[in-house]
Design a protein around this ligand. Sequence first.
Ligand SMILES: [Zn+2]
Length: 320
Amino acid sequence: MSQHFLLSAKARTLSLASILRMSDDEAHAAFVAIRWSANGGEPVCPRCGCLAIYTYAARRIWKCKACNHQFSVTSGTIFASRKLPIRDYLAAIAIFVNAAKGLSALQLGRDLDVQYKTAFVLAHKLREAIGSGQADTTLSGHVEVDGAYFGGTVRQENRKEDRKDRRLAVNQSGKRQVVVVMRERGGRTLPFVFRSEDESVPTIRARVETGTTIYADEAPGWDALHARYDTKRINHSIAFADDGACTNQAESYFSRLRRAEWGQHHHISGKYLGAYAREMAWREDTRRRPNGTLHGLAAAAALGHPVSRIWAGYWQRAVN
Ligand SMILES: [Zn+2]
């Protein structure tokens, strides 16, 4: 049996210990190199894009010669108005990417020795940054489509004869949502959240190119896909794989999302379900990459992502 990828030396190219040994200057230099990698590590004005910049090395800020805007290495990024040392953000990204099954805010808060609220927002900023790479993606070739329900189930009775059939709408709380995933074989994974599988059809049409072969189960919600795509259906009650018509890769994505739900977050329905779904899609799509590569990808995504409309000043705005 071949060795699991995460057990191989190739999977380990990142050292949390070496991040924690960084000086402030080294951590700052690492952020500068990541943020402005496209300009050879030289700062670019985040407001006007000008390359002519005054440097105030002692204060680690810059000023644009064209528009006079003063900025730091995190200005205008998802880490804008940061409170922690840069080294802690590099460490947070390392802890986050190493957590193959997702990471709870409680655990991140303990590892970084910061408040739960701080860790909660920091982890969500990372989710927003890595998930944004899925925004304009379209799929083609062979694409598996499947749905899985999250949340909204009622608490089960103890005695078997009192138990309710939780598949029935009358026995659900109304908060139930479905994650529908489109997974290109050998390619990307795109999840979206809906109230029902039927509602996902316009999004599938927008994200899956014409000429694609779609694989889906017998759920009636997918019937509408036949009009546009060559659609192969699999009846799970009879067989799991019939003539290549399987949704195994979509299901392995859902098993990762379920493990994150049960093992880390305990409850991931509601308004954050999409964020967790996109995070686990990113993890699924990058699962064969070394953790040093993942760290670079996540850091570049965060420093290339604008200030979050949802998470910047989240607790200041929240009505608690
Ligand atoms: Zn400028």
